[in-house]
Ligand binder design. Structure first.
Ligand code: 8X3
Length: 253
């Protein structure tokens, strides 16, 4: 069967590495795009590089009022969103929990969880009304496997996975699909953000190995999104071959 192509795709965090890879993939498939992010110039540059109809919305997902106003401003020709990709998210810091910066914790919960839930809540009623739609949430292996210094980041991604599965329970029978995409190590500016611009520290995360790329994650997202409408991918957990779940630490005296 020919792939199911979503007509209109909204991508949050569109100017980041994942968001840009998703935008290029769906543009190549012929989808029309709504790109959201904080930086108007970057959004415009990305939109200009794509040869499909694109609408940009510049706002900070942590600002609920700005998000609501942005969603309310979507023009009629972009209003029937077929695919919402909740991609905006970040990690900040990797110190042990007892040394963590509480502002970092607040920003991660506000962005990765609160904003993702509110954005979903704004877009979902229209999808249910139309009897079709797909929400793809960017979770992480960090939501299943904790690691030292992961604390609120790991917990924030467990929220994303569980929220996705919970949505499926409510959306049963509506025709709306939900997928949690859970990548492990992917080489992007993720670590540069986590280590607040410390390029040396960030580079070490990906040194001497073969991480996944944003393109690889886009492969999973487009796979789940282009399956026929009767087929729901609940969770996709992906890692580079060089990575494995190998947790559980023991303290020895
Ligand atoms: C990104 C993967 O392992 O850095 O979510 O948390 S990890």
């Amino acid at each position: 069967a020919p792939p199911h192509i979503p007509g209109i795709v909204l991508i949050s965090g569109a100017t980041g590495d994942f968001g840009t890879a998703f935008a290029r993939r769906f543009a190549a498939l012929g989808s029309r795009l709504i790109l959201t992010g904080r930086n108007t110039e970057k959004l415009k540059a990305l939109a200009d590089s794509l040869d499909v109809p694109t609408h940009t919305l510049a706002f900070d997902v942590r600002d609920r009022k700005a998000m609501e106003a942005a969603v309310a401003s979507i023009p009629a020709e972009f209003a029937e969103i077929d695919l919402l990709i909740n991609n905006a998210g970040l990690a900040l810091g990797m110190e042990p929990a007892q040394k963590a910066n509480l502002d970092d914790w607040e920003i991660m919960v506000d962005t990765n969880d609160k904003a993702l839930a509110i954005m979903t809540g704004l877009i979902l009623p229209g999808m249910v009304e139309r009897g079709r739609g797909h929400i793809i949430n960017l979770s992480s292996t960090a939501g299943s496997y904790p690691y030292p210094g992961g604390h609120v980041y790991c917990a924030s991604k467990a929220f994303v996975t569980q929220f996705s599965l919970s949505l499926r329970a409510d959306l049963l029978g509506t025709g709306v699909r939900v997928t949690s995409v859970e990548p492990g190590m992917v080489e992007t500016s993720f670590s540069l953000v986590r280590f607040k611009g410390d390029a040396e520290k960030a580079a070490k995360v990906y040194a001497d190995t073969t991480p996944l790329t944003a393109e690889d994650v886009a492969e999973s997202v487009t796979w789940a999104a282009t399956l026929p409408p009767h087929f729901n991918v609940n969770r996709v957990e992906i890692m580079p071959t060089v990575q494995a779940p190998a947790g559980l630490a023991v303290h020895r005296f």
